[in-house]
Design a binder for this molecule. Structure first.
Ligand code: G3D
Ligand code: MG
Length: 190
């Protein structure tokens, strides 16, 4: 029998930890993955599929690259994805403003997103670093923006992609919301 498959877009600035997060997921869900401390900058896109036996479904992840010239490609994925993960480097205070702008552009300039009710999960990554911002600080910055997303479920969770702390919990949060939104965005079957 075919299993339902939900697609998740992994977004964020370059160097936020998107690819490390995807490899950490693959690693935890028993797939071949790269050593987490040996991830190189992404050229093009990375795709990964994991199976969640507890939910009897598959999750497909697109890590499409966050460099400025690649961000214009993001909207072409919005129509197809069931959920979005936006990763923030909590230790990079210098780029927080840029990060905020990019997130704001994403949530308010695209009607497809706010109309679709798809969940948006922000991950405050690199929590293992001593100088990283706490999730509370990140929330204060981003929640005001997220409120503009009326229909969507949104949340900020702390993780460390490098140590894998919080990674599984983030998927637990997301899968519930994607399943709840399946009237708006039905899964594909494969
Ligand atoms: P990207 O795919 O978003 O561009 P990468 O980001 O996954 O390539 O990661 C960029 C750098 O951040 C990598 O370091 C990676 O090891 C580091 N990184 C990712 N997640 C974490 C984390 O949770 N904690 C810490 N401390 N570092 C993290 P290098 O040094 O290879 O550039
Ligand atoms: Mg990458």
């Amino acid at each position: 029998m075919k299993s339902p498959q939900y697609s998740v877009l992994i977004l964020g600035l370059d160097n936020a930890g998107k690819t490390t997060f995807l490899e950490s997921l693959k690693n935890q869900y028993n797939q071949q993955s790269k050593p987490l401390d040996k991830i190189t900058p992404t050229v093009g896109q990375n795709v990964g599929v994991i199976h969640l036996p507890a939910n009897s479904c598959n999750l497909k992840f697109w890590d499409v690259g966050g460099q400025q010239n690649l961000r214009k490609l993001w909207p072409s994925y919005y129509a197809q994805c069931h959920g979005i993960i936006f990763i923030v480097d909590s230790s990079d205070k210098l780029r927080l403003n840029e990060c905020k702008e990019v997130f704001l552009n994403m949530v308010i300039e695209d009607d497809q997103l706010s109309d679709s009710g798809i969940p948006i999960l922000m991950l405050a990554n690199k929590q293992d670093k001593e100088d990283s911002l706490e999730v509370q600080d990140i929330k204060e910055i981003f929640n005001k923006i997220a409120e503009k997303l009326d229909a969507s479920d949104s949340r900020v969770l702390p993780i460390s992609a490098l140590t894998s702390k919080g990674v599984k919990e983030s998927i637990d949060w997301l899968i519930v919301r994607m399943q709840r939104n399946k009237k708006n965005r039905p899964p594909t079957y494969r």
